[in-house]
Design a protein around this ligand. Structure first.
Ligand SMILES: *[C@@H]1O[C@H](CO)[C@@H](O)[C@H](O)[C@H]1NC(C)=O
Ligand SMILES: *[C@@H]1O[C@H](CO)[C@@H](O)[C@H](O)[C@H]1NC(C)=O
Ligand SMILES: *[C@@H]1O[C@H](CO)[C@@H](O)[C@H](O)[C@H]1NC(C)=O
Ligand SMILES: *[C@@H]1O[C@H](CO)[C@@H](O)[C@H](O)[C@H]1NC(C)=O
Ligand SMILES: *[C@@H]1O[C@H](CO)[C@@H](O)[C@H](O)[C@H]1NC(C)=O
Ligand SMILES: *[C@@H]1O[C@H](CO)[C@@H](O)[C@H](O)[C@H]1NC(C)=O
Ligand SMILES: *[C@@H]1O[C@H](CO)[C@@H](O)[C@H](O)[C@H]1NC(C)=O
Ligand SMILES: *[C@@H]1O[C@H](CO)[C@@H](O)[C@H](O)[C@H]1NC(C)=O
Ligand SMILES: *[C@@H]1O[C@H](CO)[C@@H](O)[C@H](O)[C@H]1NC(C)=O
Ligand SMILES: *[C@@H]1O[C@H](CO)[C@@H](O)[C@H](O)[C@H]1NC(C)=O
Ligand SMILES: *[C@@H]1O[C@H](CO)[C@@H](O)[C@H](O)[C@H]1NC(C)=O
Length: 548
């Protein structure tokens, strides 16, 4: 049909279809790069021989394509797109052993998905404990319909990370106190000395992210209030704050502006929070790593002033209001109650457990099992010890985490933004089982910090068929097994297909990709060959193992 035969209105619709549906393509070789993020040289994992890794830029509605080629030579890899819900593309979520096979060296895999919602996100390796070695970067989705459009003139990224070298000490039987490796330093935008030009009459949108493996980040700007407009890619009603705490993997978008009487340069402080509980005023606090950056108004004046905070008292993000004012889901059909505690495995290695069970990765990626075990895919037995929870399509799901540990932990759900109905204060104990005192219009996000010896209540609607991890985002705790798996709408996953290049990665890795957790396709409830004891060799962050 020639263009001329189309009526004028059809052309308009065709045009509308094109707007906001661009394809953004990145060709990435994953490579080793020598870098000095905190003044000490080390090998890091970069992209196309560069590190820091690039930022993915897209607009809501776009299709993002990443052609990823593993050129590490001595390691497998994989990418996850944190906070992207992967609607109808559950096989593009990226965690190795969950939605795909690990990608062996000299193997290419294409990721293709729609970025349905605007906001500040990030991508990172979800393969072994690999992202602390450097494979991580921002993923920024612009919003043509930004409700805060016009309220800011420029935007900047402020991505915090910690620098860690001593992972080897964690996964050994002698670590009976479950001591995590303690960071050596912190960086912003993978280095030091961030300067942001700060001009009168302008307002700046700062997109803050925390890439850390372990530490939360406290943030404070000297003499200036932050107007928070978004958390984890979800708009909120504008909220003023003097101090913010970003748990690992969380994001905040804030507006900052100079006022008429401002002059000179303003330092900002980022302090790594490695305390168990920053709310406990009777506990000794430690702030060993600080970072100072500057809002620069006058280049002729020195940048030497430090920002000092007497006491960190960050704003309570559980009190944020969603921008659209949406109400909490009023009831739920499925309860997933997770008691988190540290535990030991059969070999006496320190692990972390949900309901006394540590996550043990299986041979067949969980989504592949869901797609190839037919009617049995509603039976948790087919998945092995990945802490599987079966959820029906359209159920409202309530997740309760009882944190039985003495420290705060950030929990992240893949495939969804959840409502935070309740977050208990430090020491509040376990959930009583009664649904009371919840927030009517709860904030919505993808990563929530649960207080020590306390609990959190979350809800989401199961309208995104797939296999979605729920895990602590302290990378060492992921390595220790602090993960559960939501098997969402398995009846809709039965005939899911996987791209040839993803299957090829399985073949090259020698990984079975059909049947139950052990690759049994004949009798999928036969658990022979399941992995029932966690590995005793640590294959994670390479720099650490390389120091052994
Ligand atoms: C952290 O990094 C900065 C910048 O490279 C350096 O000056 C400082 O000494 C480092 N701190 C530690 C404890 O290594
Ligand atoms: C990736 O590496 C291959 C060689 O291994 C090279 O031919 C190709 O140009 C590289 N791609 C990019 C985007 O740098
Ligand atoms: C892998 O290769 C990189 C680059 O040659 C090297 O820096 C690193 O130490 C190697 N890692 C291991 C575990 O051999
Ligand atoms: C900041 O301002 C200086 C001069 O005022 C200018 O040279 C520089 O390019 C600006 N930097 C950015 C990132 O806009
Ligand atoms: C302007 O900012 C300064 C700090 O730079 C602050 O002391 C002052 O109270 C502010 N004035 C107004 C009107 O907000
Ligand atoms: C606060 O810290 C003190 C001193 O370490 C400790 O005894 C107390 O149990 C802590 N309180 C809570 C609620 O954890
Ligand atoms: C880091 O900053 C905090 C807050 O200002 C301060 O209490 C602490 O002493 C600083 N730490 C170091 C190592 O300078
Ligand atoms: C975990 O184990 C402890 C001690 O054996 C037991 O008291 C508790 O009920 C168990 N919890 C769950 C959720 O099974
Ligand atoms: C919470 O429940 C666990 C059992 O899972 C129990 O061991 C712990 O003592 C309870 N905590 C409190 C404060 O009651
Ligand atoms: C899936 O495939 C099976 C066998 O190939 C077929 O019987 C079934 O109808 C299909 N189900 C759906 C939902 O397409
Ligand atoms: C499948 O395996 C289970 C567990 O070993 C066994 O109970 C069951 O009888 C087997 N089913 C068939 C059809 O062999």
């Amino acid at each position: 049909m020639s263009r001329l035969t189309l009526p004028w209105w059809a052309k308009c619709f065709a045009l509308l279809g094109v707007v906001g549906a661009e394809t953004v393509t990145y060709d990435w070789n994953v490579t080793w790069v020598w870098a000095t993020p905190d003044g000490f040289g080390r090998p890091v994992i970069g992209i196309n021989n560069q590190w820091p890794c690039p930022t993915i830029h897209a607009t809501a509605g776009d299709v993002v394509v990443i052609n990823l080629n593993n050129k590490l030579g001595n390691q497998t890899t994989g990418l996850h797109f944190h906070g992207i819900n992967q609607l109808q593309t559950a096989n593009m979520d990226g965690p190795s052993g969950v939605t795909q096979c690990t990608i062996p060296p000299d193997t290419a895999v294409k990721y293709q998905f729609t970025v349905d919602a605007p906001g500040t996100y990030w991508y990172h390796s979800h393969n072994m404990g690999q992202y602390p070695d450097g494979l991580r970067g921002p993923l920024i989705v612009q919003d043509p319909n930004d409700p805060y459009k016009g309220a800011y003139d420029e935007e900047h990224i402020l991505a915090v990370s910690d620098c860690i070298t001593a992972v080897r000490n964690m996964l050994t039987p002698s670590n009976t106190l479950f001591q995590p490796p303690i960071p050596d330093n912190l960086t912003v935008n993978e280095g030091q000395g961030l300067r942001i030009n700060f001009t009168k009459g302008k307002t700046y949108r700062i997109r803050m992210l925390n890439f850390a493996a372990f530490g939360a980040a406290m943030v404070h700007f000297d003499s200036h209030t932050m107007n928070i407009i978004m958390n984890d890619g979800a708009y909120i009603k504008k909220q003023d704050a003097y101090q913010l705490r970003l748990a690992p993997a969380q994001r905040y978008d804030v507006l900052l502006s100079p006022n008429d009487s401002d002059n000179g340069n303003y330092p900002f402080l980022v302090s790594l929070d490695i305390n168990r509980d920053w709310t406990n005023s009777s506990a000794e606090m430690t702030w060993p790593h600080n970072y100072t950056g500057y809002l620069v108004m006058d280049e002729s004046q020195p940048l030497d002033r430090r920002d000092v905070v007497d006491r960190w008292q960050p704003i309570d993000d559980a009190q944020f209001q969603p921008y659209d004012g949406a109400a909490a889901y009023s009831s739920y059909q499925k309860l997933i109650k997770l008691d988190f505690n540290f535990c030991f495995d059969e070999n006496g290695y320190p692990r972390s457990c949900f309901n006394n069970l540590t996550y043990i990765g299986q041979q067949v990626p969980t989504l592949y099992s869901a797609a190839t075990t037919g009617e049995s895919n509603t039976n948790p037995v087919v998945y092995g010890q990945v802490n599987p929870f079966i959820v029906n399509y359209d159920d409202t799901v309530q997740i309760v985490v009882n944190n039985i540990d003495v420290a705060s932990h950030p929990f992240h759900l893949h495939g969804h933004h959840f409502q935070v109905l309740y977050r208990g204060a430090s020491g509040a104990g376990n959930w009583t089982g009664r649904d009371e005192n919840y927030v009517a219009n709860p904030p919505v996000r993808d990563t929530v910090a649960v207080m020590p010896n306390s609990f959190v209540v979350l809800r989401f609607r199961a309208t995104n068929p797939g296999v979605w991890l729920f895990h602590c985002h302290i990378e060492w705790h992921v390595e220790m097994g602090l993960t559960a798996t939501v098997i969402e709408a398995p009846d809709r996953l039965r005939n899911m297909t996987f791209p040839d290049d993803h299957i090829n990665a399985c073949k090259k890795a020698g990984t079975p990709y059909q049947g139950n957790a052990a690759g049994n396709t004949q009798n999928v409830t036969d658990t022979t060959g399941y992995i029932t004891v966690p590995p005793t060799t640590y294959y994670g962050c390479v720099f650490a193992s390389f120091l052994l």
